[in-house]
Design a protein around this ligand. Sequence first.
Ligand code: NAD
Length: 486
Amino acid sequence: MQTTENRTERMDCSHFIDGSYVQSGNGKTFENTNPATEELLGNVAEGGTEEVDQAVRAARKALKGEWGNMPLKKRSNIIRKIGDLILERQDELARLESLDTGKPIWLSKSVDIDRAANNFYFFADYMTTVGTEAYQQDDIAIHYAVRKPVGVVGLINPWNLPLFLMTWKLAPALAAGNTAVMKPSEVTPITATILAQICKDAGVPDGVVNVVHGFGETGAALTSHDNVDAIAFTGETVTGSTIMKAAAPTLKKLSFELGGKNPNVIFADADMEDVIETTIRSSFINQGEVCLCGSRIYVERPVYDEFLERFTAKTKELVVGDPFDPNTNVGALVSEEHYNKVLSYLDIAKEENGTFLTGGKAAEGFDKGYFVEPTIITGLGKDSRCVREEIFGPVVTVIPFDTEEEVLEQVNDTHYGLSASVWTGNVKRATRFSGQIEAGIVWVNTWFLRDLRTPFGGMKHSGVGREGGAHSFDFYSELTNITLKM
Ligand code: NAD
């Protein structure tokens, strides 16, 4: 494979506790590799209960210090400055994000890093407008609510959009006045490590933002810690369930963004040009490693053949390759473990007698790295594991349908409920159908169009609670109601 940029750069990652980079007390580290080359990217400090405890103590102390008493305007300016510094370092952060995840560099730059900065800009503005409630009870009393930070929050994140998802939690947490301990994915530790320094450079006092690296045990130490008030978690459904149990004895506030198996429903009256262009993105962007990707595609029978022909042709044009080549559409999967998981589902599809219209195997021409061909599978029934389970790779199934009732039943026949896309030119159907889908987010004639004020999250096994705008702010705040007798 041709190399278009220096991809042998090394980046060791330390914890960031109380304003300084530190190693683990026992000196333990683990290796982080580049999924496109399998080369060592660097060593990562492996934290345990001791490091988590140090970080939590620093965060608790900082809550009582300057940060806890900082005027709103000053705090908002610091949060905006974090956004500025992210953009100043956009090229560097995009390069490191692509080295760490295997995603195309153009995507890191235009989506991950750009949206990471935007999260800070959005909440820097939002925090200056947010209010609370007040009620006058005749001439008896006035009741008003006072907003306070929750306290020390633990932010635990996955590997697919490392910086973007961390900032989606950190920005509102800081805006609401909390202090934080971040636990990035062990698979993609780099950009969170830099984010901590960026926060410090922007004027965030020491101890407000901390990072502890490590595996699930490190996250577990955070979830069960007595002095952590809330956990915001994004990751797999089964991990969410484990965290819920671990957090129960200390009754933490929890916000969960979990897995999905999102349907993409295409009616015959949809604009097919638009459908194809967007479905290519919603299926294969970021190697299909976006929780919102539409991996179950349902197409109304009259346009089924046309859809398959055009969708297959476009999919075959996608370039799987070096994340640093600007022509690459699909990069490497994030890790060997995940690559093997995705390939195992392709074996399952074969056992289930699925038909591969494209892909179905590891991409050819790579001596190293975790590349999988974009894969379209037909001929699978609704009980197929490939139709029901989250694969989280460049793999979609396509199933024809005849009636609205039939497809609605299949759409909702899942434990998941994160997002869905509906394609139709009929406004009445769009309203009727989208309202009946059991998912937290439904896009009509589009996909991944976000406005940060809107509620974001999943129902059923796809999440607990909502993030975005007021929802994030409410999660990261506590309200005290004060009653003033007249
Ligand atoms: P994961 O659940 O394996 O890991 C996520 C994080 O949790 C990691 O930092 C990991 O170290 C930590 N962790 C693991 N076990 C833990 C434990 N017992 N206690 C505390 N922390 C623990 O998920 P992943 O494989 O990194 O990410 C992929 C998953 O994330 C997919 O299911 C995807 O759908 C989901 N996801 C959801 C959203 C959303 O917004 N709903 C967004 C992105 C990804």
